[in-house]
Ligand binder design. Structure first.
Ligand code: 8YV
Length: 328
């Protein structure tokens, strides 16, 4: 490695402490306006930096990565999910890609439980009714939701976040079921008293709550298709804090509207930040603006991971959080 500081372009505003440290360590260019970069700006940026630190709002597809010149060597993503980056194309262009796993696990799992409870207990509907002046006094049959304890939770994707959700749900007296590429270790399975379903279709038909925690890849695009969503029981609810594209959003909206599915708690959307207009009108849909990792702690820790990945690379070592195509 040359001794000069690498040129790092950060595409969005990061927490102050992270930006300060980055400026100390690297020749860092920040985004003071926090406006997402246009495609033109991204192309211009990858032509003149050694390291790009992007986020989910930057689409780094094969066509854009084909324009990578001699300079760019590392894409140090701020975030765990990398479905906005064509990792295979990046690797083919000789680029390393890193992400920030682990540090947003607990916060995303907490938000998942928040959505499960908010959907089952109609929290947003109740709060909205009160603010609209509709609370005229307690009534035995008003605003009834469903109890969480004793329900069957089907987790799709039992990685870090799926497992963290299972631990929390177990403390609420929930029965844990999961579908994954392979079963988890005996130790984890015993701790969670979890049931493994090789067949996603069979699991879907038997659950009260479904929650999605797999990465978004071509293999998981519309994994919850219209056909699969129709396998759910009418009292079931669907939760998604992973990526919108894993669920066929239009089919979900139709099934929620017709009452074929009881409710949904969604933090992510297929065409983010655009939301299917049908969803916006549904009282049984709890919708959040991609807040899974939105805590001060997670965002600072994510920034620190970005810094460690860049610094390790700068010092001539392999960065700890490399994303390899075979991992996806
Ligand atoms: C991040 C996320 O905040 O890390 C992820 O995969 O979904 C979010 O919580 C976002 O990706 C930042 O780029």
């Amino acid at each position: 490695m040359a001794t000069r500081k690498p040129k790092v372009i950060v595409t969005r505003k990061l927490p102050d402490s992270v930006e300060t440290r980055m400026r100390e360590l690297f020749d860092t260019e920040l985004n003071v306006t926090d406006e997402p970069m246009s495609r033109k700006q991204l192309i211009e940026a990858i032509g003149r930096c050694d390291v790009l630190a992007p986020t989910i709002t930057d689409k780094l597809d094969a066509a854009l990565l084909a324009k990578v010149g001699e300079k760019l060597k590392l894409i140090a993503n701020f975030g765990a999910g990398v479905d906005h980056i064509d990792v295979a194309a990046a690797n083919a262009a000789g680029l390393l890609v890193t992400n920030t796993p682990g540090v947003l696990t607990d916060d995303t799992a907490d938000l998942t439980l928040t959505l499960i409870l908010a959907t089952l207990r109609r929290v947003i509907e109740g709060a909205n009714a009160l603010q609209a002046g509709e609370f005229t006094g307690w009534a035995p049959t008003w605003m009834l939701g469903r109890r969480l304890s004793g329900k069957r939770l089907g987790i799709i994707g039992m990685g870090r976040i799926g497992t963290a959700v299972a631990r929390r749900a177990k403390a609420f007296g929930v029965q844990i079921h999961y579908h994954n590429r392979k079963p988890v270790s005996h130790l984890v399975s015993e701790e969670l008293e979890a049931t493994y379903w090789d067949s996603l279709d069979q699991m879907l038909a038997r659950m009260d709550i479904i929650t999605v925690h797999s990465p978004h890849t071509p293999a998981t695009f519309h994994l919850l298709s219209g056909r699969r969503l129709k396998l759910l029981q009418p009292h079931a609810i669907v939760i998604n804090t992973a990526r919108g594209g894993i669920i066929d959003e239009a089919a979900l909206a139709d099934l929620l509207a017709s009452g074929a599915i009881a409710g949904a708690g969604l933090d992510v959307f297929e065409m983010e930040p655009r939301i299917n207009p049908k969803l916006l009108k549904l009282p049984n849909a709890v919708l959040l603006p991609h807040m899974g990792s939105a805590t001060v702690e997670a965002r600072v820790d994510m920034g620190e991971k970005v810094i460690i990945n860049i610094k390790t690379w700068m010092d001539g070592h392999r960065p700890p959080d490399r994303v390899l195509t075979q991992m996806l």
